[in-house]
Design a protein around this ligand. Sequence first.
Ligand SMILES: NC(=O)c1ccc[n+]([C@@H]2O[C@H](COP(=O)([O-])OP(=O)(O)OC[C@H]3O[C@@H](n4cnc5c(N)ncnc54)[C@H](O)[C@@H]3O)[C@@H](O)[C@H]2O)c1
Length: 401
Amino acid sequence: MKVAIIGQGYVGLTIAAFASKHYQVIGYDNNSKIVDQLNSGISHIEGVESSLIEKAVASGNYLASSQSTDIAGSDVVVIAVPTPLTKDRKPDLTYIKSACKTIAESLIGSALIINESTSFPGTIRDFIKPLIEKLSPIKIEHLYAISPERVDPGRTDWDQKNTPRLFAGLTPEASKRTREFYSTFCDNLVEVSSPEVAEAAKLFENTFRQVNIALVNEFSQIANALGISVHETLEAANTKPYGFMKFNPSAGVGGHCIPVDPSYLAYVAAGKGVPATFIERANQVNLEMPKYIVSRVKSDNGGSLKGKSVQVIGIAYKPNVADVRETPAELVIAELVAQGAIVSWHDPVVKSWHGVESTDLGGADIAIVVTLHDVMDRAKVTASAPYVFDTTGKLTGVKGL
Ligand SMILES: NC(=O)c1ccc[n+]([C@@H]2O[C@H](COP(=O)([O-])OP(=O)(O)OC[C@H]3O[C@@H](n4cnc5c(N)ncnc54)[C@H](O)[C@@H]3O)[C@@H](O)[C@H]2O)c1
């Protein structure tokens, strides 16, 4: 069976690594630099070892390509392209549109088209299917399904094999073929009654995280005002064996999912005239955390940061990945600059960001720890500046949330 995966990023390459053990996989990506790297056996994604890609390329089961003609003859096409927000925080389906164009123009035979990109309910039925049919130069009846991706980059205990996978086809035949496709590399497939349920479940999972993170971020401010430790209080609450789930305070949310997906849900809610107040308030609380953190640092440092050197430690949005999309570190830096501080950053995992290289650890008046990677020596981070503010809750003997 020939499988084309459109987009070879965090989601697409992860699927390609598993699928190429069973199928002939074309990893289609319009970034030719990524394609060249992959064909030389180099992975650009944490959690997908280069040795796996090297082996898959050598076996002849995996070929990365920027040539849309390589998609022709595929039995299954998986869409795994970005679904970000526009500047006014509305769903941006530009990449999906462009993937649909590639599919429509390249497929000459009928295929099963599965969307793994996160989007709002109705995307496969009312957007992807009609668009491919409209752009296709010939009339073909494809099968359509959705299977939202749940990969957590950098995580090793839950992967493609053991993480339950939701799916639904637009027709019973599409559902059957989708089950057959994933069952070779996923142990637990959960079929739901419609694609819209699968699409909405994915958005709700991430909204649940977004709202709870905002709640604990708000609580960290209340705890500080009360003069108690937020971390000790959370540990205490967490001794309850039922009805409580612990979330940790932080500088905010980042990555391609938690800050983005809830806005997709809010968008469809608005279209139906239903309020999405929790989502909007949670967004606001999380986006304001960097300002709160900088205000704490400022008041601990004589009420002004003007002319003071500040090193932001860890700029990836979470530990052990090089992903800086929507990272709260960016807002922390912007606020520090607005306060007149001289800002540098240190991140041994990200290394280079906005054309600037990571600076060596230490040497500033103030350090703010946003993300603590495992490769960072905690004792060295703790001693990196005369004043250290820790947003991660992992350092002892320093100021922090
Ligand atoms: N990263 C995650 O942890 C995660 C988890 C679950 C779901 N998702 C969802 O999966 C989707 C993909 O996310 P990602 O993190 O893999 O993105 P990514 O940015 O890591 O990768 C996307 C890839 O698609 C390529 N691309 C863009 N437009 C293309 C086109 N028209 N044709 C071919 N290639 C194209 C890009 O060059 C890039 O390599 C998004 O909808 C995201 O919300 C992501």
